[in-house]
Design a protein around this ligand. Structure first.
Ligand code: SF4
Length: 373
């Protein structure tokens, strides 16, 4: 049985949406972000409410074709389509975008031109070696973000709010790591789909409320549960950003196997590391965001492969499913190296958010699982 069923998830989302509408009416600013390199702690400390914009489906991708060409990244098209269709996106007062992949670098223009939404573009070096000049440049960008947010909220900067936001975010990441760890068990205590839904909720709810919810969920998981099937294949999911509304692949895979680990930015990479606050907070934040387990669009991305190998060993993974969004070269290019470095069978899947290939996908997944027996 699901630890957080879809009806409860939906009501938590709806409640939060209504709460955000009320807060906005009182003058609070809502700041959206797409990527896990966006420093939410600074947004929170500036007095705004950070909300991750990771909802994308086929309808919104089609709607986005009014603003981007048809063969653009489905996530970027859908993100623009959401600004037309999704009431949550219409609450947003400003957006922080990080210049990661090429399509992400073009989103700011499309957003400001078509929706007049103020955008801050944060420059993250795409070369990931931690050279001092790169780190200093990135830290300067974080200070510019602080100033931009100050202009948006009209609030005085309070350093203690930043320390509090860092502490809360770290507690949240730790709690999510604890929850994720239950997927390491044989059999796993939660499914990959549940983990992804909970991470999505963590990017919408206020940290304290999410922490309470996670404590409740962990207490349920500590109770003895009905015996589950131990003989299902244990898989790792990797690849492009997986939207909150794109559960097709996970659902099909988890009909017959378990996703016990992942390296996706809307999954475990959202919480797998913590900020060290021993140094000056902005220096700590710069170091943390600069050095997060890298997305495929950064080079070198050796640490991404190290993370994959570590997850494979720790979770006794037998096979890998790699999902790339259509036209997402960053992740499609990595599949060859993935096969060479990890040495496990890899199922390579790509697609947009269309459902037309659902049955074909099920056949491919079943054939892959047969091969793992
Ligand atoms: S896939 Fe990479 S660039 Fe895209 S949102 Fe995730 S971390 Fe950012």
């Amino acid at each position: 049985m699901a630890i957080l069923d879809s009806a409860r998830l939906e009501s938590l989302r709806l409640e939060r949406f209504e709460e955000l509408t009320g807060l906005k009416a009182q003058g609070k600013k809502v700041v959206g972000y797409f990527c896990l390199y966006a420093p939410v702690e600074i947004v929170q400390a500036a007095g705004a409410i950070p909300v991750r914009l990771a909802r994308a489906d086929y309808g919104s991708a089609l709607a986005g074709e009014r603003f981007l060409r048809a063969d653009a990244c489905p996530f970027c098209k859908a993100s623009l389509g959401k600004f037309v269709q999704d009431p949550l996106y219409q609450l947003v007062d400003g957006v922080v975008i990080v210049n990661t992949c090429d399509m992400m670098r073009r989103l700011p223009e499309a957003l400001t031109t078509n929706f007049s939404v103020p955008v801050f573009l944060l420059y993250l070096p795409r070369t990931s070696e931690l050279f001092p000049n790169r780190l200093q440049g990135f830290q300067a960008g974080l200070s510019d973000l602080k100033a931009w947010l100050g202009g948006l909220t009209g609030q005085e900067w309070q350093e203690e709010r930043l320390l509090e936001a860092i502490d809360e975010a770290n507690q949240l990441r730790r709690k999510l790591q604890e929850l994720d760890q239950t997927r390491a068990e044989m059999p796993p205590k939660i499914s990959g789909g549940e983990l992804f839904d909970i991470v999505a909720l963590a990017t919408l709810l206020p940290p304290k409320r999410m922490l309470n919810l996670l404590n409740d969920l962990l207490a349920v998981l500590r109770k003895p549960a009905e015996a589950m099937n131990k003989n299902r294949a244990r898989l790792l999911l990797t690849g492009s950003i997986l939207s909150e509304e794109d559960r097709t692949l996970i659902e099909i895979v988890e009909e017959k196997a378990d996703i016990v680990a992942d390296t996706v930015c809307t999954g475990s990479r959202w919480f797998n590391e913590e900020i060290t606050v021993a140094e000056e907070p902005f220096a700590g934040l710069a170091r943390f965001y600069f050095s997060r387990t890298p997305c495929a669009c950064r080079r070198p991305n050796t640490a991404l492969f190290e993370y994959i190998k570590q997850q494979v060993a720790a979770r006794k993974v037998q096979g890998i499913v790699s999902k790339s969004l259509l036209y997402c070269d960053a992740y499609r290019f990595e599949v060859k190296q993935l096969r060479q470095e990890v040495g496990l069978p890899v199922l390579e899947v790509d697609g947009d958010y269309s459902q037309v290939n659902r049955q074909q996908l099920r056949t491919r997944v079943e054939a892959f699982l047969e091969m793992l027996r």
